[in-house]
Ligand binder design. Structure first.
Ligand SMILES: Nc1ncnc2c1ncn2[C@@H]1O[C@H](COP(=O)(O)OP(=O)(O)OP(=O)(O)O)[C@@H](O)[C@H]1O
Ligand SMILES: [Mg+2]
Length: 164
């Protein structure tokens, strides 16, 4: 398996900058699966991804509407499964259309429906760190590194992380 990449974020601006780099390098069909407790920074990272994709304006958490779509260089589907009753419910809502539709998908609380996602996704976990503004962010490709569509992105982030 791929070795997960661990990045320490010292503040929301760093998490946002990490997201922006991810968005700048994202390709059509990429699926980013975000996990982490309430307030860990999933939406903050998503806002960075949106900015990197050239989405204008503010990207809110879609907790109450479940899915929102934004137009940038590529279409961003922002999905939040926090209020999802069961994985089947997500499927019934047409999640597969977003997943396989050619835009970029970012899914908060993805662990609530882990079995729905294709193997070649990038899991991004955010954990609280030692002080209120620090987070430990772990990026893990679902496939062995040589087969993962995220290999180049992970290499780039590995080099760039200290400079974020
Ligand atoms: N290093 C950091 N990275 C990200 N956010 C941080 C960091 N330090 C502090 N914060 C703050 O933590 C909060 C993160 O909120 P955010 O809405 O992104 O979390 P979330 O994981 O999406 O929560 P939810 O599960 O409710 O959707 C923001 O208020 C942000 O300013
Ligand atoms: Mg959120």
């Amino acid at each position: 398996m791929t070795t997960p990449l661990r990045i320490l974020s010292a503040g929301a601006d760093i998490t946002h900058a990490l997201g922006r780099t991810i968005g700048e390098h994202a390709s059509a069909g990429d699926v980013f699966l975000l996990t982490g407790e309430l307030g860990a920074g999933k939406t903050c990272l998503t806002q960075g991804i949106a900015r990197g994709l050239g989405v204008e304006g503010y990207v809110r958490s879609p907790t109450f509407v479940l899915m929102t779509r934004h137009h940038g260089r590529l279409t961003l589907h922002h999905i939040d499964l926090y209020r999802m009753g069961s994985p089947t419910e997500a499927w019934d809502l047409g999640l597969d259309e977003q997943l396989f539709g050619g835009g970029v998908c970012v899914i908060e609380w993805a662990d609530r429906a882990a079995e729905l996602f294709p193997e070649d996704c990038l899991w991004i976990d955010l954990k609280y760190g030692q002080n209120p503004d620090s987070r430990e962010i772990t990026l893990d490709a679902g496939l062995p590194e040589e087969n993962s569509r995220f290999k180049m992105l992970l290499d780039l982030l590995d080099q760039k992380a200290p400079l974020l």
